[in-house]
Write a protein that binds this ligand. Structure first.
Ligand code: MTE
Ligand code: HPA
Ligand code: MOS
Length: 821
């Protein structure tokens, strides 16, 4: 097996050989779990469906988001000045008309930035404010600051920007043809795909286009910056990555990181859209606050949020697949053109994760993948739930459907035929052995509980008798790698404080965005101390409490932070155990913490009493904890190693109906079996599965981003951009958990659940293609995602051309052949 080339330099990889060596060494070491003297209590909170810690407050409207916070006297409001040209020379900015408006206090432009005018991320290719050139419609050129939000927004529209237009690249295939890249291409191969294709019994060529997705978090992007004494800064940011916001603000202000404190109590959703993008707002507000010496708040209006911030990466694919009579893949050549937008942002690791997930659940022996990270003059695309994984998997799932139709086989049988094995055919194309494979039994169980076989027959019979409505069904698996692919991010810290009344506060480097991280962490801490869940309070993320914390992303929030918090709580418990052992003249190992009590062979005391006594005896009642994921190591220079600690698995069986006259569709029935390991909070996990699936369903059916010929995103509000509503939830939506503990030593035996369920929605897309095939009996289905009514009609041959990508320069974008690896 050989791998060809290097994964592109991405913002979060450290290429230093010393670091690689240290990581490889660390991977040999057992996880540095602190030695404990007192036995762990039997879990009471973890494993049960506790309410989300904010649920009541959110329902009552008393949970605080940044825009709810009382404003400090003198607070000013900022609004962005947006480019109206996709690509051009910025010749000048005339602010006179804006400055003359009531309430306006100032206009902040690139020259007002005291520090670096490029953002302090690894690629260093993105200006804080557009300077000499503009690179997409909606790029921020500066901000207007005024007494009220409406004054600022009105004035921002009066700023005159003189822009000399330049040719713009708006289509990913045009970008590819022009070799317009934000990062160099990456080639991964194993075996000899060319030879395998030559000797294959069957081959197929195909293309696929898959659209992007707007995050549509309920709480839009916001930052509130308050100048403190002696050139220090307090930043409230709705961010998944307070540490990165701190770094960017310090960088732009030209100050030390220690002078910037970033706090985030919660987000009203992030979905990846606040992993980096939140930093921009904080920097813009900070530069304004610094120039004007006042607190400045910046909240984007929804339309501006659409126009300014990056989205899920759209992909275009070309593939040639070879397979045998049974449907088993024998060779695959795949080209992925990734639409990154105008700057690198997280595109390197997103495109990498797509490469890592092309296999999904399947063994690919002879495979060659080319990944082009294309630059277009559109918003800079960013993290979105799944982080490239969905875009990697969907093309392979489409290929499975194609093969089945070509051979006249059942698609589930073809999928089965290609699954990873247990002792052989079990090494991925990036050379990681799949050790925790549960695919076969999981698929078998869902096949039975969903009634797939009988329903398939019933659907065929129904379709044969139905003139207009046609149904389709698909059962697709998911295998998703858990860990940041950049090994260094897989670390976390936490602080546990026990107060003299026995109540406990936990703080960790993760952020709460609705996914229930704080709830799960509090459950783990409560159990570690043997106290009631209600006595543990998780507090706001704060860079002054936990430094250098990673983004809450890659679904690893609980894996990382709950473990760090568990270790911190364990230290406190050990302090108390040793103290009590001294009182009762026993070994610390004989001291038990359970049900709010501390027992020794001699005594039984309330936890609160022990805490008071310990305090009076000067025993430390708080501690830190630190966790680093074991076993993982990844050498990006040779593309070998183990980027993921473990895999999360799942499968979904989805039935849809399409109207062959209008192209409209409906998801009728969904059965899901998903692997969450031993769940810390089953109700929250099921909520994540429901939400992830529905979000994925939106991506693949109704959520269409349309840029016009000028490069303007014309779907920039809910009037034209359609996310799923309650009416779109399938009437039959059954979710079962696969309750086998994680085979790796992960917190509580659980598995990460934030992102993997989104990819279960690929079953919706495959069911749509099945329905199209029923309506138009032919072996090939050319349906692009999202499967909007127009795209369905086009797949049925009833609509000539609908473009979902920015309009191509050539007559038919599919005529432009992608270069193959
Ligand atoms: N769930 C809610 N309610 N809101 C969100 O913003 N983000 C998703 C997922 N589930 C999100 C969510 C994404 S993109 C990720 S990476 C994970 O949550 C992050 O949190 P975790 O690592 O704690 O699961
Ligand atoms: N997932 C999510 N976010 C990330 C990753 C990842 O693998 N790497 C860097 N940011
Ligand atoms: Mo999630 S896309 O890793 O924030």
């Amino acid at each position: 097996m050989s791998m060809d080339k290097d994964i592109s330099p991405s913002r979060d990889e450290v290429a230093d050989p010393a670091v690689i060596a240290a990581n490889a060494h660390a991977a040999d070491q057992p996880d540095a779990q602190p030695a404990t003297v007192s036995p762990p209590p039997v879990p009471q909170a973890a494993g049960s469906s506790r309410f989300h810690e904010s649920a009541r407050a959110q329902v009552q409207g008393t949970a605080t988001y940044i825009d709810d916070m009382p404003e400090l006297k003198g607070t000013l409001h900022a609004a962005p000045i947006l480019s109206t040209v996709a690509h051009g020379q910025l010749l000048g900015v005339d602010t006179a008309a804006a400055m003359a408006l009531p309430g306006v206090r100032g206009v902040i432009l690139s020259q007002d930035i005291p520090g670096d005018r490029l953002l302090g991320n690894f690629s260093h290719d993105e200006p804080v404010f557009a300077q000499d050139t503009v690179q997409h419609i909606g790029q921020v050129i500066g901000v207007v600051v005024a007494d009220t939000v409406m004054q600022a927004r009105r004035a921002a529209r009066q700023v005159q920007c003189h822009i000399e237009p330049l040719p713009a690249v708006l289509n990913v295939r045009d970008a590819l043809a022009a070799q317009s890249y934000v990062l160099p291409p990456v080639f991964v191969q194993r075996g000899d795909a060319d030879a395998a294709l030559k000797s294959a019994q069957h081959t197929l060529h195909g293309t696929l286009e898959v659209g992007g997705q707007e995050h549509f978090y309920l709480e839009g992007q916001i930052a509130y910056v308050l100048p403190q004494e002696q050139n220090q800064w307090l930043v409230y940011s709705s961010t998944q990555h307070p540490g990165e916001v701190q770094h960017w603000v310090a960088h732009a202000l030209g100050t030390d990181q220690h002078a910037v404190r970033v706090e985030c109590r919660r987000m009203g959703g992030g979905f990846g859209g606040k992993e980096t993008q939140a930093g921009h707002l904080a920097v813009w507000a900070a530069v304004a606050a610094r120039k004007l010496g006042k607190p400045v708040k910046l909240r984007l209006d929804r339309d501006d949020d659409f126009l300014v911030t990056g989205k899920r990466h759209p992909f275009a694919y070309d593939y040639t697949v070879g397979f045998d009579d049974t449907g088993r893949i024998t060779g695959l050549k795949l080209t992925m053109a990734v639409n990154c937008g105008f700057s690198a942002d997280l595109s390197g690791p997103v495109a990498d994760r797509a490469v890592f997930h092309v296999d999904n659940a399947y063994f690919l022996q002879d495979v060659a993948i080319a990944s082009y990270r294309c630059k277009t003059h559109t918003q800079s695309n960013t993290a979105f739930r799944g982080f490239g994984g969905p875009q990697g998997m969907i093309v392979t799932e489409a290929i499975m459907g194609d093969i089945a139709r070509q051979l006249g086989l059942d698609a589930l049988d073809v999928r089965r035929r290609n699954l990873y094995g247990i002792t052989e055919r079990n090494v991925t194309h990036y050379q990681m052995t799949v050790e925790d494979n549960i695919l076969e039994p999981l698929l078998l169980k869902l096949e039975q509980t969903s009634g797939y076989r009988l329903r398939k027959q019933a659907i065929s019979a129904w379709n044969a008798a139905s003139p207009v409505i046609q149904r389709g069904i698909a059962l697709t698996p998911v295998k998703f790698g858990i860990s940041f692919t950049a090994t260094l991010f897989n670390q976390a810290g936490a602080l546990v404080h026990v107060y003299t009344d026995g109540s406990c506060q936990v703080n960790h480097g993760g952020t709460e965005m609705g996914q229930g991280l704080n709830t799960k962490v509090a459950q783990i801490v409560a159990d570690e101390l043997g106290i009631a869940f209600e006595h543990v309070l998780a507090t706001a993320s704060d860079t002054s409490k936990i430094p250098n914390a990673s983004a809450t992303a890659a679904s690893a929030g609980t894996d990382l932070n709950a473990r760090a918090a568990q270790y911190a709580a364990r230290n406190v418990r050990d302090n108390l155990a040793q103290f009590v052992a001294g009182l009762d003249n026993c070994g610390a190992g004989a001291v038990r913490f359970q049900g709010g009590e501390v027992t020794t062979p001699a005594n039984r005391r309330p936890f609160t009493e022990v805490v008071k006594l310990a305090y009076a005896n000067r025993i430390q009642l708080w501690s830190d904890g630190f966790y680093r994921t074991p076993k993982i190591h990844y050498d990006k220079t040779t593309l070998t190693g183990r980027p993921f600690f473990y895999f999360a698995y799942g499968a979904a069986c989805t039935e849809v109906a399409i109207d062959t006259l209008t192209g409209e569709s409906r998801v009728l029935k969904v059965d899901i079996l998903h692997d969450v390991g031993n769940p810390i909070n089953p109700a929250i996990d099921i909520g994540q599965i429901e939400g992830g699936f529905v979000q994925g369903m939106g991506w693949l059916t109704t959520e269409q981003l349309v840029w016009n010929e000028k490069g303007q995103l014309s779907t920039h509000a809910p009037s034209t951009y359609k996310i799923p509503t309650t009416g779109d939830i399938p009437a039959h939506f059954k979710i079962d958990l696969w309750l086998e503990p994680n085979r790796e030593d992960n917190i509580f035996g659980s598995k990460a659940v934030g992102e993997p369920p989104l990819m279960l929605a690929i079953s919706v897309f495959e069911a749509m293609r099945d329905a199209v095939a029923a309506a138009r009996p032919c072996r090939r289905v050319q349906l692009d995602a999202p499967a909007t009514a127009e795209n369905v009609l086009r797949a049925l041959g009833k609509l000539a051309s609908v473009s979902q990508q920015p309009p191509p320069k050539k007559s038919d974008p599919r005529c432009a052949k992608l270069p193959t690896p």
